[in-house]
Design a binder for this molecule. Structure first.
Ligand code: ASP
Length: 324
């Protein structure tokens, strides 16, 4: 008789970006809107997991919800490049198989995370960029939008402030020295999700518009497997947010898995080391969320806050914004 493996309690964790997010930096209405959006994203992924769906489908559901919400720097509401465009990056990884997919610099795919998933499942490649990625997404029947779909007035105002000061937003020193940068300018706003499904499989996904005022086809860590996203059933699933250049210099997401695998660190110790020591040592700030196959969750950051949340089984989603 076939042995049916015991099902686990599924777990989902998400982030909506790290940054200078202090109590009092937002109106109560805006804070409510962020909390509601995080809960809605958790519920979307939870729904998939409680129906027996895969970790991969759960992270897609959660990230699509955040991409569709204009509050976050991914999909609609993404930040602008120096020439006033939205160029989006996303990646996904399946911890069961190490299959991975990513897109970078796309401008008309409504949900870049779906395109990353299509690259993972329906191409021979791991990453497609720009017009090639867009043609591939169209071929796969993914929703296409006019670039104006991504525009929001708040992000345009951020670009104008950054242009006026010649500032790459969220360059840690630049932002800190800038007199006119508002607290909204000091938030990264990238979104990500990590999930453990009932079958014990992990997955991770990350999606972003990058950093405001970015130039010349700049690509950050979010679509780079190992830098912004990593998943391997043997260690953990990880998604990051912060200054991409710093995360790329230390392969931040993979570094968490390496600390677990080669140094024997438990999940939280590994995440804490990378988020609070390794990334800052590489001249950036930000945060990481991670989940291991035992269902442990860690969410650590070197900024003052990070939009984040966790849902276990069918339990009430828990969300947080500020430091502990
Ligand atoms: N990591 C992203 C990037 O550098 C930015 C973010 O986290 O908001 O593109």
């Amino acid at each position: 008789m076939a042995v049916i493996p015991a099902l686990r309690e599924p777990v989902l964790a998400i982030h909506g970006g790290a940054g200078t997010i202090d109590p009092g930096s937002m109106t109560p209405a805006k804070e409510r809107a962020y909390r509601d959006a995080l809960v809605a994203a958790l519920r979307s992924g939870q729904h998939v997991l409680s129906a027996g769906g895969s970790a991969v489908d759960a992270v897609i559901a959660a990230v699509v919800s955040l991409e569709d919400c204009p509050l976050f720097n991914a999909g609609r509401g993404a930040v602008f490049t120096s020439d006033g465009r939205n160029e989006l990056d996303a990646s996904i990884m399946d911890g069961a198989t190490r299959a991975a997919g990513a897109v970078a610099g796309v401008t008309c795919i409504r949900n870049p995370i779906r395109a990353a998933h299509a690259v993972m499942t329906a191409s021979r490649h791991v990453m497609l960029i720009g017009p090639g990625a867009e043609a591939f997404a169209a071929e796969k029947g993914l929703a296409k939008v006019e670039p104006a779909y991504f525009h929001t007035p708040e992000r345009w105002a951020q670009l104008e402030r950054a242009r006026a000061e010649g500032r790459l937003e969220l360059d840690h020193d630049g932002a800190a020295k800038s007199a006119s940068a508002t607290s909204d300018d000091k938030k990264f706003g990238t979104v990500g999700a990590v999930a453990l499904d009932a079958h014990g499989n992990l997955a991770a996904a990350t999606s972003t518009g990058g950093v405001t005022n970015k130039q010349w086809g700049r690509v950050g860590d979010s679509p780079i497997i190992g830098a912004g996203t990593w998943a391997d059933n043997g260690t953990c699933a990880v998604s990051g947010t912060g200054l991409g250049e710093a995360f790329m210099r230390c392969c931040a997401a993979h570094e968490v898995a390496s600390l677990m695998k080669y140094k024997g660190l438990p999940l939280d110790a590994a995440v804490t080391e990378v988020a609070t020591i390794t990334v800052p040592a590489n001249h950036g700030t930000g945060g990481l969320i991670a989940l291991d196959s035992a269902g442990n969750v860690s969410m650590r950051f070197s900024t003052t806050g990070m939009y984040r949340g966790v849902a276990r089984g069918a339990g009430e989603p828990e969300v947080a914004i500020y430091g502990d």
